[in-house]
Design a protein around this ligand. Structure first.
Ligand code: NAD
Ligand code: ZN
Length: 275
């Protein structure tokens, strides 16, 4: 493995070549990919809402005890994301995924910035099936009925001020919850299966913007590496995966991903540490 301070244009060129030539590839992304769009990560300085830690709100128990506060937090997160745009990192990933029918974009993000970048890059809606991001942790913009289990796309503003205006199911009248995976809950089986299958088949695995602290999402990368994939990490900070990585780029995803993935990278190249 290369030490981060040795990362240079040769490493970038090698990684580019791996990513360009691989037909079967998997990319695993996390909150860091959306940081440059102004969407806070959980572990960054802006990750707190009021004085709560995400672990105190993103749980089934928190929702049972205080659905008003949990919905206020999700309402704020939905508004934050709705006001933001995909960045160059989302754009580069979208173009790369669309060019690669044997590739899979797997995300832990619950924002819709990958999907919006994919629609923009494809110039079409719906986007081709192979290019749809696999959402391991659900979506801020879907609701799940706690009564009848119905899932629904949901983009309207949700402003909850008390018990009386909690969102309710139009079918059965029961309380709606965000269709996201909370701490202690299982991941959607179809999404996890699709991610793991892509990981086992991948020649190369690109991991960007995740602390790799949340399981089983992080194991998508280790399953790929165990099966022989070249592992490339993009993150300003070291992670538990860094030791396994064949290439490490300690820089923002918004800068490095276009340089790694685009056929025509920016002419001046990225601002890579040490180069
Ligand atoms: P995390 O908050 O644990 O880690 C974010 C990682 O991004 C860190 O390792 C950090 O060093 C890195 N990072 C920060 N800025 C970056 C940049 N510009 N480019 C590249 N990397 C950068 O996030 P996680 O690993 O995704 O796991 C946290 C959980 O929080 C997930 O379950 C996810 O669903 C949820 N979450 C999602 C969002 C979102 O959808 N945007 C935001 C916050 C949290
Ligand atoms: Zn219902």
């Amino acid at each position: 493995m290369r030490e981060p301070d040795e990362v240079d244009r040769t490493a970038l060129q090698e990684a580019r070549e791996r990513l360009r030539s691989a037909d079967r590839a998997v990319a695993l992304t996390g909150a860091g990919v959306s940081a440059a769009s102004g969407v806070p990560t959980f572990r960054g300085e802006e990750g707190l809402w009021r004085d709560y830690r995400p672990e105190e709100l993103a749980t089934p128990d928190a929702f049972t005890e205080d659905p008003v506060t949990v919905w206020q937090w999700y309402g704020w997160r939905r508004r934050t994301v709705a006001d933001r745009d995909p960045n160059e990192g989302h754009g580069a990933l979208a173009r790369w995924t669309l060019r690669r029918p044997g590739g899979r974009l797997v995300t832990q993000n619950v924002d819709d910035l990958h999907q919006r970048a994919l629609r923009a890059a494809a110039g079409a809606d719906p986007i081709p099936d192979h290019a749809r991001a696999v959402e391991l942790h659900g979506s801020l913009f879907r609701t799940l009925c706690t009564g009848c289990g119905r899932r629904r796309e949901s983009r309207e503003r949700i402003d909850v001020s008390g018990d009386d205006d909690l969102p309710l199911c139009g079918e059965c009248g029961e309380l709606l919850r965000p269709d996201v995976v909370w701490f202690g809950e299982s991941l959607p089986g179809d999404a996890l299966d699709a991610a793991m299958e892509a990981a086992r088949r991948a020649e190369v695995c690109l991991v960007a913007g995740t602390s790799a602290a949340v399981q089983p999402a992080a194991s998508v990368a280790s399953v790929a590496a165990d099966a022989g994939a070249v592992l490339i990490e993009v993150n300003p900070e070291p992670t538990p995966l860094t030791g396994r990585a064949d290439g490490v780029f300690r820089s923002g995803a918004e800068t490095i991903l276009p340089a790694l993935l685009d056929d025509d990278p920016p002419p001046d190249g990225p601002r890579v540490p040490g180069s």
